[in-house]
Design a protein around this ligand. Structure first.
Ligand SMILES: Cc1cc2nc3c(=O)[nH]c(=O)nc-3n(C[C@H](O)[C@H](O)[C@H](O)COP(=O)(O)O)c2cc1C
Length: 159
């Protein structure tokens, strides 16, 4: 069964909640396995054994948290081995234009350099879901939809 790994960093729980909602969306797609883990408990080796990886970070000065950056920098160990996997990113920020999209793009840049496949969205949050503080109804729905979209893509690619 194809597997999606959701890795996140969260100090005050907002990004963690988004990760759980995205996992709920992945679970809606039968035949895709999902695991949700804080980055501190995730080894880069785990990237080798999954078909999709979704990375979440709070927005820190318009970019990803240092913990996520370190994880991505450590993933250089497997550079070239993650080609063709599905990637995705999400972010929680305090402000509407507080840099959440640039944070997502900073994560996606690394995943693209790994050769991963990234699907944008013509509706809703184009680059990946964002939430302002605790996810509201809008963000909750977008997180669930995002998880489901990624699960569908993973299924397509691994069939
Ligand atoms: C060091 C630091 C930098 C931050 N920088 C920004 C920022 O640039 N823009 C913004 O909107 N929020 C910023 N925030 C707020 C967090 O992104 C926001 O509180 C987020 O919801 C926290 O996610 P978490 O609950 O998963 O830890 C910053 C918070 C910290 C601690």
């Amino acid at each position: 069964m194809p597997k999606v790994l959701i890795v996140y960093y969260s100090r005050t729980g907002n990004t963690k909640r988004m990760a759980e909602l995205i996992a709920e969306g992945v679970r809606r797609e039968k035949n895709v396995d999902v695991e949700v883990k804080p980055v501190q408990e995730t080894k880069v080796e785990e990237l080798l054994n999954v078909d999709g990886v979704i990375i979440g970070s709070p927005t820190y000065y318009g970019s990803m948290a240092a913990e996520i950056k370190k994880f991505l920098d450590d993933s250089v160990k497997f550079h070239g081995k993650l080609e063709g996997k599905v990637g995705g990113a999400f972010s929680s920020s305090a402000n509407i234009a507080g840099g959440n999209e640039t944070t997502i793009m900073s994560i996606l840049q690394s995943l693209l350099i790994h050769g991963m496949i990234i699907q944008g969205s013509s509706k809703g949050d184009h680059y990946g879901p964002v939430a302002i503080g605790e996810p509201d109804e809008r963000s909750k729905n977008l997180c669930i939809e995002y998880g489901q979209r990624i699960a569908k893509l993973v299924l397509k690619i691994s069939s």
